[in-house]
Structure formats: structure tokens, C-alpha cells
Write a protein that binds this ligand. Structure first.
Ligand SMILES: [Zn+2]
Ligand SMILES: [Zn+2]
Length: 382
């Protein structure tokens, strides 16, 4: 008998989780512990992941089934008060076998590859994710923006409810596998005779054979449709970040889950502001007179131009900070900082009079008024 464990905890959801929440938690956990990811890991790690993967599948089998979940909530066991975990005696006879059967199915497909899709009993196949890239302006990323995003995806055919059979009824149970979608064969190997389960070749795991195809979808069970997804892009998003829309990807097959829609957000650079995390950097040119005597300068920020008081004797390259004037952090009200570097401008194209005035001015300076220059000159003289 299997150890008892908390199905909700295994999936990382709380007891009031909705079906959708359970579904997406299952997807997330199954992806994380999928045996494909551990095939090259050390034995111990692989076994642990395998064990966890089993538990996740079992937990999902119970929590995704209304009756089993209700029984589990009430009695702490999906088979009711007499149950003893999967394979245990008592309870509803079929339940134990069903559990075993389904997790065997998951395992089988997991170990025989089958790409990143998770094949499930009766040919349940999860839909693929869709990836879409969108480019937004710098200020849209700063403030957040709503965008309508056109996508094209496979959706379940409404006429046949995804079965591919006319009216959703024109099919019969597969004779070869009796509707289980799997066949058992015996193979002679160097280890002796082995029983191998494989996908039924007649129905390709569906468990049924279509007798009359649905006209709308041509028997595929799904139809390609154009949709517009309304995306709320949160303030603070940065170039290259993604937003996932659960279950908005291609539809699953035979009761499999929909894929996700993954939106990759590109942000156009700003003409002036450069972003590093949630901070902003840029240069501010100032006159050498302002740098010398000090004064107020205009500094652009995300919220408009502000006055900034430069102190007397500000050197070129000085880094100034406006605290909390950077970009709003994702999922938080706090903001980064704004930094600007002062660039002292050397005037060009001076008239003769201007040059004379400057020369007179320079002659009036004492070495201590330009300490860096003095130090440098002393260094050279040595
Ligand atoms: Zn079959
Ligand atoms: Zn159809």
C-alpha cells in the first residue's frame, strides 16, 4: 500500500482550490518532476523525482475527479471510509485499479518519450503552448498598458465536442483494445519474456473508432481560430520578460488540458532614459558657469521636469540621484531611483572679446581653486 500523503500539499494548492487552479498546479508540478528531465541525473535524484511524479499524478487523479475529491475531503481517502489508498481493499472496486491503470499510463508514455506532451489515459493529450512576441514603448512598460493581441490557435470543435465524430456520437468502441487505448504484447528479450504495454495501433490510443467524421473539423476534433487576447501588461515590466496566460494556448485532445499562451514582451529603447533594473540613468549637459557658481537646472523624470539644485563647484561626471523617481517595481508600489550624470559643456565658437575676458578671468585664478590641476602639474614637475 502506498504511503499516505496530502494531495493538496503535493500539488501546492489549498483545500478550496478551484478545478482550474488544480489543473494548472498539476501542469506546473508535472513539468517540474517529469522523468524526461531527470534521465541524466544521478540515480538517487532520479528515483526521488520519479516518486514525486507518481504522487503528483495520483493527487491529480483524485482532486480532478469530483467524487473522489469529495470522498477524500470527507474521509481522507478517495475510496471512502473503507478505502485503503490505491490498490487497497474495499471501497468502490474499480477505483483502485483505475488509479493504477492511469498512473501506469502516464509512466509508460513518460518513459517512452513522446516529446514534451504528457500523454494520458485514453489518448488524453495536452495542447501545446503558443508563444507570441509583442513590442511596446518604454513609457508603456513604465506605466503599464492594455494591448489587444491577435493570436491563432487550435480550439475544440463545438460540433463534435472535440471527438472528431459527426455530432459527437458517430463512433464505436475500438475492438482491438476494448476501448482502453492500449494493447498488451509479450516479447522475447535477452532478459526473458516481457509483457509490454503499448498504444493501440487501431485507435491510436483513443479507445474508439470514428464511423462518420465531423464535417466541421474534418475529423480532427479541433479547428484553427483567430482570437484577440486582451492583455494587461503590468507597470514595471522589462524587456524580454514574459507573461503567461493559463489555458489560452492550443486545445488538448480527448480531455487533455489546453496549453498556455506565453507573451514575450519587448520594450523599445527610450531616446534619453536608459534602464537598469528599476533604476534610470541618463546624462544632463550643463554650462560651465552653472557648474562653477551652482544653480537650479531642469531635470526630466518619468513624471515630468523637476528642478534640481546644483551646488557651487560641481565637477563634470558628477552622479546625482533622485530617490524613488525610477520605475515602479512589478507587483509593488515602491519605485527604483533616477540617476543622472552632469556633463559640463565647453563653449565653442567664442568671439575675440569673449576669449579675452576668459583669459583675464583665468589669470585671476589661484592654483588652490583648481586642486586637481595643481596636483597634476606638481606630478609632472617631479
Ligand atoms: Zn484501440
Ligand atoms: Zn468537429
Amino acid at each position: 500500500m502506498a504511503d499516505k500523503y496530502d494531495y493538496y500539499q503535493i500539488l501546492g494548492v489549498n483545500k478550496n482550490a478551484t478545478d482550474d487552479e488544480i489543473k494548472s498546479a498539476y501542469r506546473r508540478m508535472a513539468k517540474k518532476y517529469h522523468p524526461d528531465l531527470y534521465s541524466t541525473k544521478p540515480e538517487e535524484e532520479r528515483k526521488a523525482a520519479e516518486e514525486q511524479f507518481k504522487k503528483i499524478n495520483h493527487a491529480y487523479d483524485v482532486l480532478s475527479d469530483k467524487q473522489k475529491r469529495a470522498a477524500y475531503d470527507q474521509y481522507g481517502d478517495e475510496n471512502g471510509p473503507m478505502g485503503g489508498g490505491f490498490g487497497g481493499g474495499g471501497g468502490a472496486g474499480g477505483a483502485g485499479f483505475g488509479d493504477f491503470d492511469s498512473f501506469f499510463g502516464d509512466f509508460f508514455s513518460a518513459f517512452t518519450g513522446g516529446g514534451r506532451r504528457t500523454a494520458r489515459p485514453n489518448g488524453r493529450i495536452d495542447g501545446d503552448d503558443i508563444t507570441v512576441t509583442i513590442t511596446i514603448d518604454f513609457m508603456e512598460a513604465v506605466r503599464g498598458v492594455q494591448k489587444d493581441i491577435p493570436i491563432s490557435r487550435q480550439e475544440q470543435c463545438a460540433d463534435c465536442k472535440g471527438t472528431g465524430a459527426k455530432n459527437g456520437t458517430s463512433y464505436k468502441t475500438c475492438g482491438r483494445c476494448g476501448g482502453t487505448g492500449r494493447v498488451t504484447t509479450r516479447q522475447n528479450t535477452i532478459f526473458g519474456q516481457q509483457v509490454v504495454q503499448s498504444v493501440c495501433p487501431d485507435c491510436r490510443g483513443n479507445g474508439r473508432i470514428i464511423t462518420d467524421s465531423c464535417r466541421s473539423c474534418g475529423g480532427k476534433g479541433s479547428i484553427k481560430r483567430s482570437r484577440v487576447i486582451h492583455a494587461n501588461i503590468p507597470a514595471g515590466i522589462d524587456n524580454g520578460q514574459t507573461i503567461t496566460f493559463q489555458n489560452e494556448g492550443n486545445c488538448g485532445k480527448n480531455g487533455g488540458m489546453n496549453g498556455n499562451l506565453i507573451l514575450i514582451v519587448n520594450v523599445r529603447p527610450h531616446a534619453l532614459f536608459k534602464r537598469k533594473g528599476y533604476d534610470i540613468y541618463f546624462d544632463v549637459p550643463i554650462s560651465y558657469v552653472t557648474a562653477t557658481v551652482g544653480g537650479e537646472i531642469d531635470v526630466p523624470t518619468l513624471d515630468g521636469v523637476v528642478k534640481y539644485k546644483l551646488s557651487e563647484g560641481t565637477q563634470t561626471g558628477t552622479l546625482c540621484r533622485l530617490s524613488g523617481k525610477g520605475i515602479k517595481r512589478l507587483n509593488s508600489e515602491s519605485r527604483g531611483d533616477l540617476y543622472f550624470t552632469v556633463q559640463v559643456q565647453t563653449p565653442t565658437g567664442l568671439s575675440r572679446t569673449q576669449k579675452e575676458l576668459l583669459s583675464q578671468f583665468e589669470a585671476s585664478l589661484t592654483p588652490n581653486q583648481s586642486p586637481k590641476q595643481k596636483k597634476f602639474a606638481d606630478f609632472i614637475r617631479k
